[in-house]
Structure formats: C-alpha cells, structure tokens
Design a protein around this ligand. Structure first.
Ligand code: PHE
Length: 356
C-alpha cells in the first residue's frame, strides 16, 4: 500500500480508538468518509495520477475504504454499547429501598380525605368535576332554586365580591359546591355521575366553622334513578369510608331548595365515647336528595325524562370524625406538630382493598 494510504489508515485507527462519545466518533467518520473527508479527497485526486499507477492505486483505495468503513461501524457499535452500560450503571434504582430522605413530608388530612372519597366513588364509576371558587349568584343560588329572600344569600352568611363591570352583578365566593352540579348539567350530556370536591366559603368562624372549608358534592343523573339508588349509594359510601360493613345509617327528612325530597343522613355513634358505629346516638354527616325538577329544567333537562340525586358533605367534618380531630381551626394553622401527628404517609396511598 502506498505510504500516504498507510498513514491515513494509522491515523484513522488511532483517532477511532480515542473516540469515546458518539460525537467524537462521528467526527472521525465524517473526517474520513464524508464528502470532504480525507479518503474521499484521495479518491478524487485519482484522476491526476499517470494511467499505469491509477488502476493499482484505485484498487488499494477501494480496499482501504471498505476496511475503514467496517472498522468505523464496529467502533460505533462499541461506543453505543458503552453509553448504554454507563446509563444502566448510573440510573440504577433499587425499588425495594426506602427513599434516602424519607420522611420529608406528609399528606394533609383534607387531601387524604378527598383521596379516600374519590377512591370510593371512583369504584362506583363517578368522575371528578371542578368549578371556580368565585361563582355567579346564578350558579351558586338561583339555578339551584334558592329564592331571592333565602337567608343563605345574606351578607352574614355569604362573602360578596364587588361587581367588575357596570351591568355585572356582584359575584360570591361559593358557599357550597352545588354550583358544580349546575355547571356539569349545562356542560355535559347525561348520564352523569360526578363528585366535586373543593373549597367553599362562609362568613363564620369558631371551633366548628371556618370561613374557608371543603365540601364534596355528588350528582347522578340517569333515566329511572330513584331514592333507592341514593340510599344504596350513600350507605355503601359511608360504610366504606368508615371501614365498618355494618355501620348504622339513617335517612332523615330535611329541606334543601335544590332537592325534593331532601334528607340528612346520620350515622350511629356514641355521644359519650365518640365511638363511631357504637352507641345509641346519631350524628349527621351528609345532605342529599332527589334533584328538584326546577333545577333540572334550569339546566335544560326534561324532568319527565331524567331523574337523579345529589349529595354534599363537609370534608373537614368527615376527617375530624374519622381521625379524632376536635378543632376545625387546627386544619389551617400549619402547626408542624399537628401536621406530623395527623398527616398521612405519601407512601401508603388510599386503596379500597386494604380499607382506610
Ligand atoms: N349544598 C348543601 C349544603 O351545603 C349540601 C347538599 C348538596 C344537599 C347536595 C343536598 C344535595 O349544605
């Protein structure tokens, strides 16, 4: 082989050996076989050689090209393999190890309770719907069949926000999640099965009332839905939530403007010991009822065709009962001692199979 070819081969092999990364390897490849590569240059110059030398040099060049192409390819594969091995070594995760930094934080009881509620209703084919905290009076009251003179509408109960335009009426911080019922019926075609957990606001502040608290609304709209479905669904929910298959559940007639008939739902407990499920006393935990025909009409649904039930619950209240928390205000004080005591590990999420 001519001297210059020998040199090119040696140089290329040395450069290949040194290349450690894909881009270094690629530089060698292009610098040799690329359009302005060294070997390509030599092939181009072939024409300037005297006729008798040309044939032999041409063959030598072609052989060298094949040889180098093979070697470059092989080195490319080696580098790829090297990179893979490196990644595998660096990215090893031992999933059986606890996180080195645990425990960093805990899940707040409000978040945990929402997760538990969502898990139970999720298994009954409900999905989660959301609505805005700042709501129109129509969504929060009027569409829900709440008359102008209803006491819930007064400033003692409801936070009003200044109107933003001349024609616009004042808006409210939603006093209940029931407005999400309205938004869902207007925005979706039945059948509907939703729950709507979220923040709610009322002008109230003491050990059992906070100006901001959480509710979870529920709504089912289907053909042929009866009070029986409501009772079965909510009994099932309460028994799963409190993890007591025989938990006593009582449906007591009540009144809400947006349901007819309406009821409050109590669970058995002992006033004396606070034990849920035991004792002869009753404790109210849910509001519910069959969706009022006027509410269905307000949302463009024909009450002769569609029926449904709705329910609402206070999330802090359920969290307090279940976890023995006595003061509602403690939920929002960000006291680390309280959070460490009542918080839930992020490594044991709510699952139905294990019970809560
Ligand atoms: N919105 C009611 C409340 O805040 C609860 C409720 C919701 C009752 C849905 C019936 C149906 O008290």
């Amino acid at each position: 082989m001519a001297n210059d070819l020998e040199t090119l081969k040696d140089e290329t092999l040395a450069a290949l050996k040194e290349a450690r990364t894909h881009s270094e390897w690629d530089a060698v490849r292009v610098g040799t076989l690329g359009r302005s590569g060294k070997l390509t240059g030599l092939l181009r110059q072939l024409g300037s050689f005297p006729h008798e030398e040309r044939k032999e040099r041409g063959q030598a060049l072609n052989r060298l090209r094949d040889e180098l192409t093979g070697l470059i390819e092989q080195r490319g594969k080696e580098i790829e393999e090297l990179a893979l091995q490196q990644r595998l070594a660096e990215e090893t995760v031992d999933v059986t190890q606890p996180p080195a930094t645990a425990p960093i934080g805990l899940i707040h009881p409000v978040s945990r309770t929402i997760e538990e509620i969502t898990t139970i209703f999720g298994a009954m084919d409900f999905h989660v719907a959301e609505g805005p905290d700042i709501e129109s009076q129509w969504h929060n009251f009027s569409a829900l069949n709440t008359p102008e003179h209803h006491p819930a509408r007064t400033e003692q109960d409801t936070f009003y926000l200044p109107a933003t335009g001349e024609s616009e009426e004042m808006r409210v911080l939603r006093t209940q999640t029931s407005g999400v019922q309205i938004r869902t019926m207007l925005g979706e075609k039945p059948p509907i099965r939703i729950i709507a957990p979220g923040r709610t606001y009322r002008a109230d502040h003491d050990a059992t009332h906070s100006p901001m608290f959480h509710q979870c609304e529920g709504l089912v709209i289907e053909k042929g839905i009866t009070l029986g479905h409501l009772k079965g669904c909510l009994t099932e929910f309460l028994r799963a939530f409190f993890n007591q298959p025989d938990l006593p559940v009582r449906f007591r007639a009540s009144y809400f403007p947006f349901t007819e008939p309406s009821m409050e739902i109590d669970i058995g407990w002992s006033r004396e010991t606070g034990v849920i499920g035991g004792g002869a006393d009753w404790l109210e935990v849910l509001g519910a009822g069959m969706v009022h025909a006027r509410v269905l009409s307000n949302c463009g649904l024909d009450p002769a065709e569609w029926q449904g039930f709705a329910f609402g619950m206070g999330i802090e209240r359920l969290a307090m009962l279940k976890n023995g928390i006595t003061d509602l205000r403690s939920f929002y004080e960000s006291d680390l001692r309280w959070l460490r005591h009542y918080g839930f590990s992020s490594l044991s999420p709510a699952t139905l199979t294990e019970g809560f």
